[in-house]
Design a protein. Structure first.
Lengths: 468, 460
């Protein structure tokens, strides 16, 4: 069955060369029939359970979710919307169902690493004897015009057995910045997000998305609630070279400069008597960062990075600079041209790897006291405005009813001493806990930092209760 | 570090309660009420309130009581603090204006002086140290603005420790807890024993609970009032330590002292080399013991009561060693800073308090804090944010609120188009460019007026 479908899709590719659609109804029945029959089999249902961690308390709640998955390669590569992998959310037990009715087949699927420049996720179907899967071939030319009609395929609701359906809409707006973005003129139902978008020629020009990636200033679009088309060019390279498994070890390291920045708006330029040509104002230099080591200062204006002019005038243009730095490569020494007090200056910066973010930091879970703690990462240090003198580990979760909860310890506190042992990292704490377990004292004094003040907590381990 | 919903009492939820008493008690209650009621004051302060970047004046309702024939009145700081005008209604319904003599946010006590020529009825102050749980007490005041109200109950606990909660702090006293109905509006009113003596100043209630009210012990209030009448304020010493009860470290009752939990990097204790975890044993030979949290206010007060700029010997235990250190006390700074509205730009700012300096990790107390901004204002357009600490204006260092105000007034007069401020926002530094010519005047000076005027200019 699958091989027949593959043939059909190849046929679609051939038809792309000769579009022949006209008339007042932009979509002829023939084009819709063809699109539906050739593309719909590549649409499947993703079912998964999300473990959602409350960042304040560390409590985990589970929620079942469903999403449209689109097979994009015959070896079982599946694309879906980026909301599957939000911050503090970990999907588990992912299943992918293809076919409808009698032909329905369920597979297990593994999440791959999420791209950071487009809000989609990729998954890999897990099967030892996977047949060739029906898949969507995207048109490489995906330029759209304002008002151009589009057919979108997607899933109806669970009560309608996830039947495949379609609806038509038009390109309602085209945004030029930060990249060409096509907005639809209608809202889409959830089952149509990541649904293939097909033009009047029957070409699959992209998929339905809901926002830009955070690195593109995506929040703006989340608030606007406008459905978008992710045109092929944004994700085809991920299909050609699929991302690795969603494991930290596989992740390629991003380069890091260690500055917080603002765009050089025309008003800033006027105030400082500079040319109104844009630039990156360094507002904060992170302590210990490559930028600090190179002598970069707050108030410097970066105009060129590694030979690339840097000229943002608006907030959203800053993200291009961030991306440029990230992709320049860890370990590379680059030349930065900047203005300091109006005078040009050049600095050589040796780029380092971006420090591990909190959500990827190592954790240690202790059962005796009911504490789950994390390494103190650079981003947490900045968020909490911690001085370098504060060393320790941060409490992520306190088990309900535990010894730690009874003592009044709460998530967000930083453990700096456990018993008589100074704690600077997870190993220190683990060692201290092991020592306490071996010694079995009646009470353990823990020195913590909560907000900007420090204090003590007395843990009273229930040794006997454990033995029972 | 424990959270509870404490609620101040100047003005919204009805609580019902009843107490059945015998006839002997009944007449004692009436006699006690009769002794205090003529000195009861219904207080209507007009207060400065800063909200969303604007200064507003609001009328509030609270209670108080006359303590001397010449018209000194005790009430709460949260009733009379920041009041621009205080109207009082006496028990005989006569209206009298009062002047605020002084306030003490740390104990929530304020002293007013009534503008009267004739001697007034006044209360007798009792001794809160003699109170026992179970003893009958009356609460008098203006619950929900209902003047001359009396409620009856007993002392539930004589030494309730209340944890600090935001700006609601009470480091130097435990509280009298009572089930006599106390509502919003009772603030500053007297808690009275059956002898008709005032034993407490009603100030707080537990929100969501029934008849769980709290009064400041009169022994604490009396000392504060005496200092306010004599000096206009209360002077306290500070050495820069945060204390915790011994049970935070050990349950062993043979180990005495008080735990030093935190050291302020700008304080004398830091300079003297004291460390968190040290156990303070004595100051100038006087033991400083706090085994339980209820013992902490006494030790804190012991430190506060040392004269300012005095050299003291602090004895601490560190591990098995006992160490004496010499340090000089400093004056404890105000709990709350002054607040000012900057109307043209549409924002308000306060002085930096030591706690803010600490949180922001500033090297000194220089700067002012943005406390609010108006929608549509110049400050909002420049994306100045609440909590921003303004450190520099046009490369001039901001010293304090008064100096910032002068810089600001000069800028307004100069009509300079662009003004640069360097602000600290959490751990980050940020440049804020203020456009004074922006057509976004605050609500107090509508934008239309401005543009219409410009239109006329064009016609001419």
């Amino acid at each position: 069955m699958w091989s027949r479908l593959c043939v059909a899709i190849l046929a679609l590719a051939q038809t792309q060369a000769a579009p022949t659609v006209q008339s007042s109804d932009p979509f002829s029945q023939a084009v819709i029939d063809q699109a539906y029959h050739e593309v719909a089999p590549a649409i499947g249902v993703l079912a998964f359970t999300s473990e959602i961690t409350n960042p304040a308390t560390g409590d985990i709640t589970k929620r079942d979710g469903h999403a449209l998955g689109l097979i994009v390669a015959p070896d079982g590569l599946v694309m879906t919307h980026g909301h599957m992998l939000l911050e503090n959310t970990q999907p588990i037990n992912i299943r992918f169902t293809v076919g409808q009715g009698e032909d329905e087949t369920e597979y297990r699927a593994t999440l791959l690493e999420k791209p950071d420049d487009i809000n989609v996720c990729f998954l890999r179907i897990e099967s030892d004897d996977l047949p060739d899967m029906p898949y969507v071939t995207f048109s490489r030319d995906s330029t759209l015009k304002l008002g151009e009609p589009i057919v979108v395929l997607g899933l109806l609701s669970k009560t309608l057995d996830y039947a495949r359906g379609l609806y038509t809409c038009r390109v309602g707006a085209i945004l030029e910045k930060p990249r060409t973005t096509y907005c639809l003129d209608r809202h889409v139902r959830f089952g149509f997000v990541t649904g293939p978008a097909i033009n009047v020629q029957g070409q699959v020009v992209g998929v339905i998305g809901f926002d830009l990636s955070p690195s593109e200033g995506g929040e703006l679009y989340v608030r606007s609630g406008h459905p978008l088309i992710y045109q092929t060019g944004l994700f085809q390279h991920y299909i050609d070279n699929p991302p690795g498994k969603n494991e930290i070890a596989d992740k390629q390291e991003d380069a890091w400069l260690g500055v917080f920045t603002q765009p050089l708006t025309d008003d800033f330029a006027e105030y400082w008597g500079l040319e109104k040509e844009g630039g990156v104002i360094v507002s904060t230099v992170v302590a210990g960062s490559p930028a600090e080591k190179a002598g970069c200062q707050s108030g410097d204006i970066i105009t060129n990075f590694d030979g690339v002019p840097v000229r943002p005038k608006q907030d959203r243009e800053i993200t291009q600079f961030t991306k440029l730095v990230r992709e320049t490569g860890v370990g590379k020494t680059v030349l930065i041209k900047l203005l300091r007090d109006g005078q040009p200056l050049e600095l050589e910066v040796h780029l380092e790897a971006r420090p591990t973010p909190a959500r990827e930091a190592s954790e240690y879970k202790d059962e005796t006291f009911g504490l789950t703690v994390r390494e103190l990462t650079t981003d947490v240090r900045i968020t909490l405005n911690l001085p370098d003198t504060v060393q320790g580990v941060i409490i992520r979760r306190v088990k309900s009813g535990s010894v730690a909860q009874l003592a009044g310890m709460r998530p967000g506190m930083i453990i700096m001493n456990f018993g008589d042992h100074p704690v600077t990292n997870l190993d220190d704490l683990q060692e201290a806990v092991q020592k306490v377990i071996a010694d079995k004292p009646n009470e353990v004094s823990v020195f913590c930092r909560a907000g900007s003040v420090t204090g003590f907590f007395r843990l009273e381990p229930r040794w006997n209760a454990r033995e029972k | 570090m424990r959270k509870a919903l404490w609620c101040l009492l100047p003005l919204a939820s009805l609580v019902y309660g009843c107490v059945t008493t015998g006839s002997a008690t009944q007449s004692a209650v009436v006699r006690a009420k009769d002794k205090v009621a003529p000195a009861l004051v219904h207080i209507r302060p007009v207060k400065k309130v800063f909200s969303r970047g604007k200064r507003e004046e609001v009328v509030m309702v609270g209670s108080g009581f006359i303590i001397s024939p010449d018209g000194y009145v005790i009430t709460n700081e949260h009733v009379a603090g920041k009041a621009s005008f205080v109207q009082c209604v006496l028990y005989n319904k006569e209206e009298v204006e009062a002047e605020v003599v002084g306030v003490d946010p740390y104990t929530d006590i304020a002293v007013l002086k009534l503008d009267v020529a004739e001697p007034l009825s006044h209360v007798t102050l009792g001794r809160s140290s003699a109170l026992e749980a179970g003893q009958t007490v009356l609460a008098l005041g203006s619950p929900h603005g209902l003047a001359r109200s009396v409620s009856l109950g007993i002392v539930s606990v004589t030494d309730r420790y209340l944890e600090d909660h935001g700006e609601t702090v009470s480091p130097y006293n435990n509280w009298i807890q009572t089930d006599a109905a106390i509502n919003q509006g009772n603030s500053g009113g007297p808690l009275v024993n059956l002898k008709g003596e005032v034993v407490g100043v009603n100030a707080r209630m537990l929100r969501g609970a029934e008849n769980v009210g709290f009064a400041i012990p009169i022994d604490i209030a009396r000392e504060v009032v005496d200092q306010i009448i004599a000096h206009g304020r209360v002077m306290r010493s500070w050495i820069g330590v945060t204390l915790q009860e011994m049970t935070r470290k050990t349950d062993d009752p043979s180990i005495e002292g008080v735990v030093i939990a935190d050291i302020d990097p700008l304080g004398a204790a830091f300079e003297a080399g004291l460390k968190p975890g040290d156990v303070m044993l004595a100051i100038d030979g006087e033991p400083t013991n706090a085994r339980f949290e209820e013992d902490l206010p006494v030790v804190r007060k012991q430190i506060a009561d040392i004269p300012v700029d005095a050299e003291v010997v602090v004895r601490v235990a560190r591990g098995d060693e006992e160490i004496d250190v010499l340090l000089t006390t400093e004056e404890k700074s105000d709990l709350k800073g002054d607040e000012v509205e900057f109307a043209e730009w549409g924002f308000t700012a306060t002085e930096l308090t030591p706690a803010m300096v600490r949180r922001a990790r500033l090297p000194s107390r220089k700067g002012v804090v943005v406390s609010g901004r108006q929608a549509g204002g110049i400050a909002a357009a420049a994306r100045l944010q609440r909590g921003d600490i303004i450190l520099e204006v046009d490369e001039a260092e901001v010293e304090n609120l008064g100096q910032f105000r002068r810089i600001y007034e000069d800028l307004i007069a100069s009509k300079q188009r662009l003004v640069m401020m360097v602000v600290k926002r959490g751990a980050l530094t940020h440049f804020v460019l203020v456009k004074q010519d922006r057509n976004g005047a605050p609500a107090s000076e509508p934008a239309e007026v401005q543009s219409r005027k410009e239109a006329y200019d064009d016609v001419e």
